[in-house]
Design a protein around this ligand. Structure first.
Ligand SMILES: Nc1ncnc2c1ncn2[C@@H]1O[C@H](COP(=O)(O)OP(=O)(O)O)[C@@H](O)[C@H]1O
Ligand SMILES: Nc1ccn([C@@H]2O[C@H](COP(=O)(O)OP(=O)(O)O)[C@@H](O)[C@H]2O)c(=O)n1
Ligand SMILES: [Mg+2]
Length: 208
């Protein structure tokens, strides 16, 4: 235990020193977070860290937390932030980059407060993909990535968790003027046009 704590403290200290730039990418399940993050990486050279992908990799790695994470994902529940934040911190340090898209995190108040307390990082802004449930449901049911949570029963639970726990986090950042909202129920290219505007520096926008 002692060694683990020392290692975590070191990670927190070196992340705080690096002061990475962070954009949180939020939106309901199937709103297009992962798809748009891939486009943003290509054009704006951020490193994409999906909390869900990191948790799924942790299950595959055979970690001692694997079974707990797998059960929570199957139920659409949010994994304790201690687990998710450790994975995010490790990935940030290993990447060597200094700007990150953190996709699917923070998903509840506990995620948000713990990340802030542990890393001392405030997001530059929050990119919020707003999409009607009906459209998200259609997309998830045809995603075809073999995910154990893309079935109608789990999807309904994830929608409820989004409304009850994740929307309040978006409201929290709205009150701070940090939310950049995108209408996500359009074709992928059109959504990305709106995303580009958010990421393009203001001076360049005037010239263009
Ligand atoms: N604008 C869009 N229009 C139609 N389908 C989309 C759009 N954006 C993403 N998709 C598809 O919807 C599914 C969910 O997208 P994904 O990016 O994985 O969303 P999220 O990460 O928010 O759950 C994927 O199969 C993806 O190809
Ligand atoms: N911050 C997070 C992100 C995801 N997760 C879990 O991982 C699942 C899938 O997350 P995801 O971001 O890959 O899902 P999508 O919104 O991309 O469809 C969630 O339903 C949660 O069970 C979590 O517990 N905590
Ligand atoms: Mg995703």
């Amino acid at each position: 235990m002692g060694a683990v704590n020392v290692a975590n403290k070191d990670i927190n200290v070196s992340l705080a020193e690096k002061k990475p730039r962070v954009v949180f990418v939020l939106g309901g399940p199937g709103s297009g977070k992962g798809t748009q993050c891939a486009n943003i990486v290509e054009h704006f050279h951020y490193t994409h860290l999906s909390a869900g992908d990191l948790l799924r990799a942790e299950i595959k790695s055979g970690s001692e937390n694997g079974t707990m994470i797998q059960n929570m994902i199957k139920e659409g529940k949010i994994v304790p932030s201690e687990v998710t934040i450790k994975l995010l911190e490790k990935a940030m340090l290993e990447s060597g980059n200094d700007k990150f898209l953190i996709d699917g995190f923070p998903r509840n108040e506990e995620n948000r407060a713990a990340f802030e307390a542990v890393t001392k990082i405030e997001p530059e802004f929050v990119l919020f993909f707003n999409c009607p449930e009906e459209e998200m449901e259609k997309r998830l049911l045809s995603r075809n990535q073999g995910r154990e949570d893309d079935n109608i029963e789990t999807i309904r639970k994830r929608f409820k968790v989004f409304l009850d726990s994740s929307l309040p986090v978006i409201e929290y950042y709205k009150a701070k003027g940090k939310v950049r909202e995108i209408e996500a129920a359009k074709p992928i290219g059109e959504v990305f046009e709106a995303v580009k505007v958010v990421f393009t520096p203001k001076a360049e926008k005037v010239v263009a």
